[in-house]
Design a binder for this molecule. Structure first.
Ligand SMILES: Cc1cc2nc3c(=O)[nH]c(=O)nc-3n(C[C@H](O)[C@H](O)[C@H](O)COP(=O)(O)OP(=O)(O)OC[C@H]3O[C@@H](n4cnc5c(N)ncnc54)[C@H](O)[C@@H]3O)c2cc1C
Ligand SMILES: Cc1cc2nc3c(=O)[nH]c(=O)nc-3n(C[C@H](O)[C@H](O)[C@H](O)COP(=O)(O)O)c2cc1C
Length: 1017
C-alpha cells in the first residue's frame, strides 16, 4: 500500500499487485518484490531509521539486486561490486546490495558476519592491551580461531582491514574473503597545522557500509542487505578515535598538540576533539572522499525533519544519535531534540543475528571441526585458550616483577628505568617505583608481586637516599609483613672512595631479609670508581639465571635476553618523534616545572686570594611570597644548571634541528606513557632548547648504551665496530673519554657520518629518537644555604660554591655547576628547589651548646648557623665552637665574618687548622679537636650537639678524633640521640678517580665470565 501510494500507483494497480502477492503466498508460501518495490522499500527503511542524521537523502538510495547470488563467492562478488561503485563515483552514492530474503519461517537467509564491510581488526596484546579497534575484538578473535586468519603485515597493526565472512545460508559453511585493494579506499589522517597529529599514522576507510543488518520489508526479511552512506566527520573522529572503548586516542592527540593532560582545566579533551575532527575533515576533503561535517548535517536534518513533520506528520528519531557528539549545543536541535521519540516504522532496518549466534550455529553444524585435522587443531586451540585463561587468571593475581629505586642524584633512577625496559619486554613488570615518593601505598604495591628488584645508591656517609626512610619504616612496621616470602635482589650503587661502600643498598637488603623477604642472590655492588656497567651486567645475568631456575622464562628466552642485553639491544623505542618549528602553530606547550625562579643578585670571591676559586652567590626569589618561609638554616638548595645555548645549538644542528623547534613524542602505546611523556624527565612536547640545555646533560660522558645506539646508525663497518667495541669494553671507553675529552655534545666530531650535516635529515631524526632515552640527564646539584632567614628574610639566601677543578688526562677541567654559578651574569634567573634538611638544624634553644666541624666549603651551612645566632633575639646563648680545616690562610673562607661573630658573642671559639700553609705545621681538624679536647668534653657534657660538614674525609677524621676524646659509646650515643648531624658533600679525590676508574673497570672485566657463558657458570 505504502509503495503504491508513494510511487503514485492507481488504486487498480495497487489492488492488482496485492492480489498477485496473495496468490504467490498461497502457492509458494512467499513472494518476490519487484526491483522498484525493493528500491523504494529500501529507501523508506532508511527514511524510517531513527538513528540516522543523513536521512534527508533517502530518495537517492540505489540498490544492487543480488538476490540471485547462490554461493558465498557470488555474495562476495556482489560486495566487491558494491564497494567499487562507491569509490569510483565522484561522490559516494548511497547503495544497498540486497541478497535473497529468508524463506518465511525457515531462518535460512544469507548472512554477512561482519558488522561493516570495512572494519579494522583488534589484536590481543600482553595483559589487557589491544592493538586496533576494540569494537572488533570478538570478531577478530573468531576469525583467527575458526578461519586461522592472520593480518597481512609482519606484525599486528592498528589498522588491519578485516576480511569479509559470507554465508549464503545456514547449510553452507561460512567463508572468509580478503577485500582486494581496488575495492577499498582509505584516507590517511593529516592535520594541516599540527604535524603531531599527522605523525600519529592514523587512517580510516572511506565507505561506511553496515552489513550485519536485516531489511524488514513487506513481511520479507532480507538478512543480508549491506548498506552505505557517507561519513559524518564525528563518527570517525569523535567516536571511533575518541571513545574510550574504541581507539581512545584523545590523550595521545592532546600530547601531540602539546596540551597538558594531567589536569582538566586545560580542556585537553575539547581541544583534542576539535583538532581531530578538523584533521579528519581536512583529510577526507584532500582525498576527495565524501564526508559531511556535523554542523551542516545537523542543520540539514533540522530543516528536513521540520518538513517531514509538516508533510508526513511523523519522523521517528533517537536524539542521542542525532545530536552530534561534538559541539552538540551549537546545533539548533540541542534544546528541542529530546522531545523526539524513537519508534519503529516498517519497512525497517534491524540488527542481524549476533556474532555469537552465528558462530554457535556454525559450530553446531560442525563447520569448524568436521575433519580430523581441524578437530585436532580446534582442541589445540581450546587447550591454548585454556592455558591462556589460566595464565590470565594467574596474571591477574601475579603482577610479575617490581623495580624499586632510591636515588639521590638520579643515576640510580636512570639505571632502574633501563633495567625495567630490558625486563618488561619478556616478563610482566610494574613501572619502577621511587621509594622516596611512591605515589602508591606500599601496602598495596606488593600484592601478588613475585619478585622485587631494589636499586639504591648511598649518600652522606653511608646513608640511604633522602626520603627513602619511608620504605624502611614500612618494612619495620606491621604492614611490612606483606613482604614475607617475596623474592628480592638488591643492586647497590656507590663509590669505593667512601668508607661505607654501598651501605645504602646493603641496609635495604638487610631490612628486607628482616621483614621475611627471600634473597634471590647476594647484593651486587656497583662501584662508580670502575666497572659500573660490568657490575650491572653481573646483576642482570644473576637475575636472568634466577628467572630461568624459577621457570619464569625458558632457556631460549634466557639466552636471547642475555644476548640482547650484552649487545645493548633494548628493543625499538615504543614511540616516534617529530619536530615542528615553533612558528608552525600557536599551540601552548606543557608547563615545565624546574623549581622556583631565583635571581642571582650578588657574587663575592671568598678567601683572601681574590681568585674566584670559591664564591658566595646571593639569590633573591623572583616571586617573593610574604610570610612564606622558603628555607631554614642548614637546608640544601638544589640548583638546576643549564648548558650554554651555543653548545646546545651546535649539538642540535647535528640532528638537523634548531633550538626553537618543538619536539613531540608520540608513544605507540598509551601504557608506555608517564603522565603524558615516555620519560618523566622529558616534558612532552618540549623545545629543543629546553631538551639540550636543561634536560639532557650534553656535557656528560657518553654511556655505553648511547654508543651502542649510535652504532646502529653507522654504515661504515670500521666505524660501527669501533663504536660497538667502545660500548662493550668499559675500560677502553673510559680511557677513550679521558684521552679525547669526548662529551655527548662533541660525539659527532668523532663520528661525523652520523651527523645531519652528512646525511639525510630524516635519518638524523631517527638517531635522535633512538638516543633520546639514553642521553644522560642533567642533574641538579645541591648546595647548603650559607645564610639565615633571620638576616635578610626567607626570600633571600646565599650559597658558598667551591669551583671544582680536576684533571682529565692532561686537561684541566671545571665542574659544570660550580663553574656555571661562578660565571653566570648577575640578574640571571636560576631555577632552584629547596630541600629541607631537618636533621641538620640548630637546636631549638640557643642555650644548647654546639660544636661545628667543617672542612673547605663545608663551612657553608655554619655561616648560616652563625648568622642565625648573630640575628637571634635571645640574649643568652650556649657555647658555640667552630673547628674549621682548610689548606692555607688564603683559603679560609669566612675569616672576618667568623672573627666578628666571636667579638659579638655569637661564636665562643673559632679554631682553624691549616694543612698546607707555608711555615705552619700541617694541622687537620682532628688535630684541632684533640688539642681542644677539654672544651669538646665540656660541651658534650652540657648536652651539646655536634655538626660535621664537608667531604667524607672530614667526617672520618672528625669521628676518629671524637671517639678518642669521648669514647666510642658516647659518640654512638650522640648518633642515636640525634645529637651528631652530618652534611656530607661527597668525596673529592677526583684525580685519583680518573685513573681508578680504568683500573676498576679492568679488574671487574677480568673477574667476570663473558656474559654468553654466564649460564654455564
Ligand atoms: C648535600 C650536599 C650539599 C652540598 N653543598 C655544597 C656546598 O655548600 N658548596 C659546594 O661548593 N658544594 C656543595 N656540594 C657539592 C655540589 O653539589 C657539587 O657536587 C659541586 O659543586 C660539583 O659540581 P659540579 O657540577 O661543579 O661538578 P661536576 O661537573 O658535576 O663534576 C666534575 C667532576 O667532579 C666529580 N664530582 C662532582 N661532584 C662530586 C662529589 N660530590 N663527590 C665526588 N666527586 C664529585 C664528578 O664525577 C666529575 O668527575 C654539596 C653536595 C651535596 C650532596
Ligand atoms: C654526597 C655523597 C655522598 C656519598 N656517600 C657514599 C657512601 O657513603 N658510600 C658509597 O658507597 N657511595 C657514596 N656516594 C656515591 C654514590 O652512591 C654514587 O655516586 C651513586 O652512583 C649515586 O647515585 P644516585 O645519583 O642515584 O644517587 C656518595 C655520593 C655523594 C654525592
Amino acid at each position: 500500500m505504502l509503495y503504491g501510494k508513494e510511487r503514485g500507483r492507481s488504486a487498480e494497480e495497487i489492488e492488482r499487485r496485492i492480489r498477485e502477492i496473495k496468490e504467490s503466498i498461497a502457492v509458494t508460501g512467499t513472494y518476490a518484490h519487484t526491483v522498484d518495490e525493493l528500491r523504494h522499500g529500501a529507501r523508506v527503511s532508511w527514511r524510517n531509521a531513527p538513528k540516522c542524521i543523513n536521512r534527508k537523502f533517502w530518495q537517492t538510495l540505489e540498490i544492487i539486486d543480488a538476490r540471485d547470488a547462490s554461493t558465498n563467492e557470488e555474495m562476495f562478488n556482489a560486495i566487491k561490486t558494491h564497494l567499487s561503485r562507491c569509490i569510483e563515483a565522484d561522490h559516494i552514492p548511497v547503495l544497498m546490495t540486497v541478497f535473497k530474503p529468508e524463506t518465511p519461517g525457515a531462518s535460512d537467509g544469507p548472512r554477512i558476519w561482519n558488522s561493516q564491510l570495512l572494519r579494522y581488526a583488534c589484536h590481543r596484546g600482553i595483559g589487557n592491551e589491544t592493538i586496533g579497534d576494540p569494537a572488533e575484538l570478538a570478531f577478530t578473535d573468531a576469525i583467527k580461531r575458526h578461519f586461522d586468519w592472520k593480518p597481512k603485515g609482519d606484525a599486528p597493526g592498528m589498522f588491519d582491514l578485516l576480511p569479509v565472512v559470507c554465508q549464503i545460508n545456514p547449510e553452507a559453511a561460512p567463508e572468509i574473503f580478503e577485500l582486494p585493494e581496488e575495492c577499498v579506499i582509505e584516507v590517511p589522517i593529516h592535520h594541516p597545522d599540527c604535524s603531531g597529529i599527522s605523525a600519529m599514522g592514523l587512517r580510516w576507510y572511506g565507505v561506511p557500509a553496515v552489513s550485519n543488518i536485516t531489511l524488514d520489508l513487506g513481511g520479507l526479511k532480507y538478512t543480508a542487505a549491506p548498506f552505505n552512506g557517507w561519513y559524518m566527520v564525528t563518527e570517525i573522529a569523535t567516536r571511533n578515535f575518541g571513545d574510550e572503548g574504541r581507539y581512545n586516542l584523545l590523550p595521545k592527540i592532546a600530547h601531540a598538540m602539546g596540551i597538558d593532560t594531567s589536569i582538566e582545566d586545560t580542556l585537553w579533551r575539547d581541544h583534542a576533539l576539535a583538532a581531530i575532527n578538523y584533521a579528519v575533515l581536512h583529510s577526507f576533503k584532500r582525498a576527495r572522499v565524501s564526508m559531511v561535517d556535523h554542523h551542516t548535517a545537523a542543520a540539514a536534518f533540522a530543516a528536513w525533519r521540520a518538513d517531514e513533520l509538516k508533510n508526513r506528520g511523523y519522523c521517528p528519531g533517537n536524539w542521542k544519535w542525532i545530536l552530534p557528539p561534538t559541539a552538540a549545543s551549537t546545533s539548533s536541535l540541542y534544546l528541542g531534540l529530546n522531545k523526539m521519540t524513537e519508534y519503529t516504522l516498517k519497512p525497517t532496518l534491524v540488527p542481524g543475528l549476533g556474532l555469537k549466534s552465528l558462530v554457535n550455529r556454525a559450530n553446531q553444524k560442525g563447520y569448524f571441526s568436521h575433519n580430523s585435522t581441524q578437530s585436532v587443531e580446534s582442541s589445540m586451540i581450546l587447550l591454548r585458550a585454556a592455558a591462556k585463561f589460566k595464565m590470565k587468571a594467574k596474571m591477574m593475581k601475579v603482577k610479575g616483577g617490581l623495580v624499586l629505586y632510591a636515588s639521590e642524584g638520579g643515576k640510580t633512577q636512570a639505571r632502574a628505568f633501563a633495567m625495567w625496559n630490558v625486563l618488561r619486554q619478556r616478563v610482566p613488570m610494574i613501572r619502577p617505583i621511587n621509594l622516596a615518593s611512591p605515589e602508591v601505598e606500599f601496602t598495596s604495591l606488593f600484592e601478588g608481586v613475585e619478585f622485587v628488584i631494589l636499586m639504591s645508591s648511598t649518600t652522606g656517609s653511608g646513608a640511604i637516599p633522602t626520603g627513602s626512610e619511608l620504605f624502611v619504616d614500612f618494612m619495620k612496621s606491621d604492614a611490612g609483613k606483606v613482604l614475607k616470602g617475596i623474592n628480592f635482589a638488591v643492586c647497590a650503587f656507590g663509590s669505593s672512595a667512601y668508607p661505607k661502600f654501598c651501605a645504602g643498598g646493603k641496609h635495604f637488603a638487610q631490612q628486607l631479609s628482616e621483614a621475611g623477604a627471600v634473597e634471590m642472590f647476594p647484593t651486587v655492588m656497583v662501584d662508580e670508581l670502575g666497572g659500573e656497567d660490568l657490575s650491572v651486567r653481573d646483576f642482570v645475568s644473576l637475575l636472568f639465571k634466577w628467572l630461568l631456575r624459577e621457570n619464569r622464562i625458558t632457556l631460549s628466552l634466557h639466552n636471547l635476553m642475555l644476548e640482547n642485553f650484552e649487545n645493548g639491544r633494548t628493543g625499538e623505542p615504543a614511540f616516534s618523534i617529530y619536530i615542528q618549528p615553533r612558528e608552525a602553530n600557536g599551540l601552548q606547550m606543557s608547563p615545565v616545572h624546574l623549581g622556583t625562579p631565583a635571581i642571582l643578585t650578588e657574587r663575592k670571591a671568598l678567601g683572601s686570594s681574590g681568585a674566584l676559586s670559591t664564591v658566595q652567590v646571593s639569590f633573591k626569589l623572583a616571586q617573593s611570597k610574604r610570610g612564606v618561609e622558603y628555607y631554614k638554616e642548614g637546608d640544601h638548595v638544589a640548583v638546576h644548571p643549564k648548558a650554554s645555548k651555543a653548545q646546545a645549538a651546535y649539538f642540535a644542528a647535528h640532528f638537523g634541528v634548531q633550538l626553537s623547534d618543538n619536539l613531540f613524542i608520540v608513544p605507540l602505546r598509551e601504557k608506555d606513557t608517564f603522565k603524558g611523556s615516555i620519560d618523566p624527565a622529558i616534558p612532552n612536547p618540549c623545545t629543543i632548547e629546553h631538551l639540550f640545555t636543561t634536560v639532557i646533560d650534553i656535557n656528560a660522558e657518553p654511556s655505553a648504551d648511547l654508543l651502542h645506539a649510535l652504532s646502529q646508525h653507522v654504515e661504515n663497518a670500521e666505524c660501527k665496530e669501533e663504536l660497538e667495541d667502545l660500548a662493550r669494553d668499559e675500560a677502553r671507553r673510559i680511557q677513550w673519554i679521558q684521552q679525547s675529552d669526548v662529551r655527548v655534545f662533541s660525539l659527532f666530531e668523532h663520528f661525523q657520518t652520523l651527523s645531519a650535516l652528512h646525511r639525510d635529515a630524516d635519518d638524523a631524526l631517527d638517531v635522535l629518537r633512538d638516543c633520546l632515552l639514553l642521553f644522560p640527564k642533567l642533574r641538579p646539584r645541591f648546595y647548603s644555604v650559607s645564610s639565615s632567614p633571620l638576616s635578610n628574610g626567607s626570600n633571600e639566601f646565599d650559597l658558598t660554591v667551591g669551583r671544582v677543578q680536576y684533571r682529565l688526562g692532561t686537561r684541566l677541567k671545571l665542574g659544570f655547576c660550580s663553574d656555571y654559578l661562578a660565571s653566570l651574569p648577575l640578574q640571571t634567573i636560576v631555577y632552584v628547589v629547596n630541600r629541607p634538611a631537618p636533621e641538620f638544624r640548630l637546636p631549638r634553644s640557643d642555650k644548647t651548646p654546639i660544636l661545628m666541624i667543617a672542612g673547605g666549603t663545608g663551612i657553608a651551612p655554619f655561616k648560616g648557623f652563625v648568622e642565625n645566632r648573630l640575628f637571634s633575639r635571645n640574649a643568652v646563648k650556649g657555647e658555640a665552637i667552630l673547628v674549621y680545616g682548610c689548606r692555607t690562610r688564603s683559603n679560609e673562607l669566612y675569616r672576618e665574618f667568623m672573627e666578628d661573630a666571636v667579638e659579638k658573642g655569637a661564636l665562643s671559639q673559632y679554631l682553624v687548622g691549616l694543612s698546607r700553609e707555608d711555615g705552619v705545621s700541617k694541622t687537620y681538624v682532628s688535630d684541632v679537636l684533640l688539642a681542644n679536647a677539654e672544651s669538646v668534653k665540656r660541651l658534650i657534657a652540657h648536652d651539646g650537639h655536634v655538626y660535621v660538614c664537608g667531604d667524607v674525609r672530614i667526617e672520618v677524621s672528625a669521628r676518629e678524633a671524637l671517639v678518642s676524646i669521648l669514647g666510642e659509646n658516647t659518640v654512638r650515643h650522640l648518633e642515636t640521640s640525634r645529637r651528631y648531624s652530618l652534611d656530607i658533600f661527597g668525596a673529592w679525590d677526583l684525580q685519583a678517580t680518573s685513573a681508578a676508574r680504568v683500573e676498576g673497570a679492568l679488574k671487574k672485566q677480568n673477574s667476570l665470565p663473558p656474559l654468553r657463558h654466564a649460564l654455564s657458570a
